[in-house]
Design a protein around this ligand. Structure first.
Ligand SMILES: Cc1cc2nc3c(=O)[nH]c(=O)nc-3n(C[C@H](O)[C@H](O)[C@H](O)COP(=O)(O)O)c2cc1C
Length: 370
């Protein structure tokens, strides 16, 4: 029904217009009790065997909404009803930004792909944190907040580090898990943080900010922190980043961000970040390489994102070593029931193999791969 009737209709409209419309639509639905319950009945698959436990967090299922769909946390009240087990909002930056000039989002239906150069349009850390403080009580699934460097050419070098620290200080206390995006391909200077020296400097300052938040707020436990890495890193670069991630005792990685189209030769594509089916194999490789590098450590969280368009894709990334998965482009091509369809497949696998939780399911899937 979605693919044959709705999708062709929706694809007649501008991609960014449709994206904003879907955000507004789901946001409105999430505000009314009866509509929320209707959404829930239609789109949610709730089963104890899908529950995943990580530290003191419980994810009702393994499928999350990827960063970039909901930059400012509009969907926070509705996310659980849409079938997600968690939501990653952002990227949020210290400075509010309108992003790059339009047009900046393009569909490639024959390849099940998108190219975007949104340029980190978001309301800024101060406004987003205020809005989240109000909305968070409606959320019963883990909230991941993704922060990035402000999209401003003058913010570079040490100023860029302070820029991250500002967003961190504002948003870390509201997050169940904080994601540091070091890989935005659509802003000037965004990629420099994958350079080991600069990354170490960034993490050193964030660590200091974290310690001061802990002291100021008198906290006993602190939310886990993950790094979001680009899909174009080489194995060598990935290993260097993982080494630093382990050195600073971060809790894991999100693999991966979009692939810069400027690196693709002989294919005419607009400049920006490629997502969807064409990056799936790349992301699969990065996840498998990371899982082996950390020896399938269950405490080192790997979130797999990139080109998941079906339950089979989701299972492949989980088998490669991911613990959680996220979708974005798949929602555009496979439709909003994708999370439910993935969860239905995972739940039947649990039943077939007599597995009681998603943690057991992951051990089972990772064992097959090993
Ligand atoms: C329009 C668009 C905007 C995005 N914005 C962000 C962002 O602000 N921060 C981020 O970390 N990733 C962002 N992403 C990347 C996604 O989170 C995801 O890593 C990538 O799209 C690969 O997943 P997919 O193939 O399922 O879309 C964006 C992706 C798209 C398509």
């Amino acid at each position: 029904m979605y693919k044959s009737v709705l999708r062709p209709l929706l694809f007649k409209f501008d991609p960014e217009f449709m994206h904003n419309l879907s955000l507004k639509g789901f946001n409105i639905l999430g505000q009314f009790f009866l509509l929320r319950e209707l959404l829930s009945a239609l789109m949610r698959k709730s089963e104890p065997c899908l529950h995943f436990h990580y530290q003191n967090l419980v994810f009702p299922n393994l499928v999350g909404l990827a960063a970039g769909y909901d930059k400012n946390g509009m969907l926070v009240p509705a996310a659980e009803r849409l079938g997600f087990g968690f939501i990653e909002i952002g990227s949020v930056t210290a400075l509010q930004s309108r992003g790059n000039p339009k047009s900046r989002l393009f569909r490639f239906p024959n390849n099940f792909a998108l190219v975007n150069r949104m340029g980190l349009n978001n309301d800024g850390a101060k406004r987003v944190s205020k809005a989240l403080a109000r909305k968070k009580r409606y959320l019963h699934i883990p909230l991941l907040i993704n922060i990035a460097k402000s999209n401003h050419p003058k913010i570079s070098k040490q100023l860029a580090i302070y820029d991250y620290c500002y967003s961190f200080r504002r948003l870390y206390p509201l997050a169940d898990l904080l994601v540091i995006n070091i890989s935005c391909p659509n802003v000037k200077g965004g990629k420099t943080f994958e350079n080991p020296d600069i990354l170490e400097n960034l993490l050193f300052h964030l660590e200091k900010t974290r310690a001061s938040i802990k002291k100021d707020m008198n906290l006993k436990t602190l939310p886990p922190i993950l790094l979001k890495i680009g899909s174009n890193v080489s194995d060598r670069q990935l290993e260097e980043i993982l080494e630093i991630t382990l050195k600073f005792e971060l809790n894991g990685v999100v693999l991966a961000n979009t692939f810069p189209t400027k690196l693709i030769k002989n294919v005419p594509l607009p400049q920006g970040g490629l997502s969807g089916r064409p990056i799936f194999n790349r992301v699969h490789h990065l996840i498998a390489h990371t899982a082996e590098y950390v020896n399938y450590d269950p405490n080192f969280l790997i979130i797999g994102v990139g080109g998941i368009l079906s339950p089979t894709d989701a299972i492949k990334l989980l088998m490669a070593g991911a613990h959680l998965i996220e979708v974005f482009t798949g929602l555009v091509y496979a439709g909003p029931f994708l999370p439910k369809n993935i969860n239905q497949r995972l739940a039947s696998l649990c039943k077939k193999e007599k597995l009681k939780t998603a943690n057991e399911l992951l051990t089972f899937l990772h064992e097959i791969k090993r």
